[in-house]
Design a protein around this ligand. Structure first.
Ligand code: SF4
Length: 364
């Protein structure tokens, strides 16, 4: 797939000489660089603009789970916001006040905070990821941010980094010293959904080929089937992707696979209809969940999850499979047990890290 076409880089003076800014100057020689005192929210959307700011908020955050559903305890390393892949279902479309691609250029400050956090809880296992408010690798060929993050985590006894993407921009990762602490993760979907709802992202074949190359470079992998979308012959589509996945990579290299059914805040419905009139994803059978989000009826969710779980279990019964934002009752219907019986969902994922990555911190 092609990298986003950035024609203007607007950066705040405070970060104009930082790592990200200097990489951008090298990798985008044809772009116009503008230095301003302060970038404020509310600039009109420009698909060719990249903003680089000195971030003044919380670099380290907890995943925005809710008390109504079981949360995985993942922590966000906040590197930037927005994404130009324009998946029809993307929650970031609701961020009206900040529509442009934006990266935080004070990387050194972020790493200092991270260092302090890891040092202050040396016996806990920390799972961090960058793919919550943007795609982890979308701009990596331009910024080479991975060359700072991946070696930072390398060899840490108590931390892992998950880079989550729908791209195949893995070249910058291949020669890095990762020390076995970085998981490269792909969101996957059925081919028909990829074509209709994720048309700017890498094809499923490109994602799996990239995953295979990362595994060859010694990285551990993860996959996220989220959002699972009910559509004609969904079993055929998702079954095909599972088959291709396990053909492309050895399941022993996979740390976890998550499953999440399509859900959205009600306000996103009209945005999807306006921006993506050809998409039919909001026309399914939905109910309002306890967190206020609209989601498929329970029977549909259970059927989607069971189908996927059975396909995964048939290949690797020991592989950690978890549900994103579901309650204990759905867990029991799908797996026959609840994570609470295994010490909770965060403990389950910590266990997968210890088992498949050989990291020992946080042992109960
Ligand atoms: S890849 Fe992720 S962040 Fe980017 S548009 Fe798609 S859903 Fe949103």
């Amino acid at each position: 797939m092609k990298a986003p076409r950035i024609k203007i880089v607007r950066m705040e003076a405070a970060v104009a000489d930082g790592f990200v800014a200097s990489q951008l100057r090298k990798t985008l020689p044809g772009a116009r660089f503008e230095v301003v005192d302060r970038i404020v929210d509310g600039s009109p959307f420009d698909p060719h603009l990249l903003e680089v700011t000195a971030y003044r908020g919380r670099f380290l955050r907890h995943c925005p789970g809710t008390r109504h559903y079981l949360c995985c305890g993942y922590r966000i390393l906040h590197i930037g916001v927005q994404c130009s892949l324009e998946c029809t279902y993307c929650i970031l479309q609701a961020y009206f006040n900040q529509p442009n691609l934006r990266l935080f250029g004070n990387t050194g400050e972020m790493l200092q905070l991270l260092e302090a956090e890891l040092a202050s809880h040396p016996h806990d296992l920390h799972r961090f990821g960058t793919g919550e408010f943007t795609d982890s690798l979308l701009l990596d060929p331009r910024t080479r941010l991975s060359s700072r993050l991946v070696p930072f985590f390398a060899g840490r006894p108590n931390a892992v980094l998950e880079l989550k993407t729908k791209t195949d921009f893995i070249e910058p990762l291949l020669d890095l010293h990762h020390g076995g602490n970085t998981i490269v993760a792909w969101s996957l979907n059925a081919p028909a959904i990829r074509r209709s709802e994720e048309s700017r992202a890498a094809s499923i074949g490109e994602r799996l080929q990239a995953a295979r190359r990362c595994a060859e470079a010694g990285y551990r992998l993860a996959f996220h089937f989220d959002p699972l979308i009910e559509h004609p012959d969904w079993k055929g589509g998702y079954g095909e992707v599972l088959e291709r996945l396990f053909h492309a990579v050895d399941p022993a290299n996979i740390v976890w696979i998550s499953l999440g059914a399509f859900r959205f805040m009600p306000a996103l419905k009209s945005i999807i209809q306006d921006r993506h009139p050809g998409s039919g994803i909001v026309h399914g059978e939905f109910i309002r969940g306890l967190d206020g989000k609209v989601r498929y009826f329970r029977d549909i969710r259970v059927e989607l999850f069971r189908f996927m779980y059975e396909g995964i279990r048939a290949v690797d019964p020991g592989l950690c499979v978890y549900l994103c934002m579901e309650g204990e009752d759905i867990w029991r219907d799908v797996f026959g047990t609840s994570p609470e019986e295994r010490g909770g969902l965060p403990a389950m994922l910590d266990g997968a890290v210890r088992e498949r990555m050989g990291i020992v911190a946080g042992k109960p």
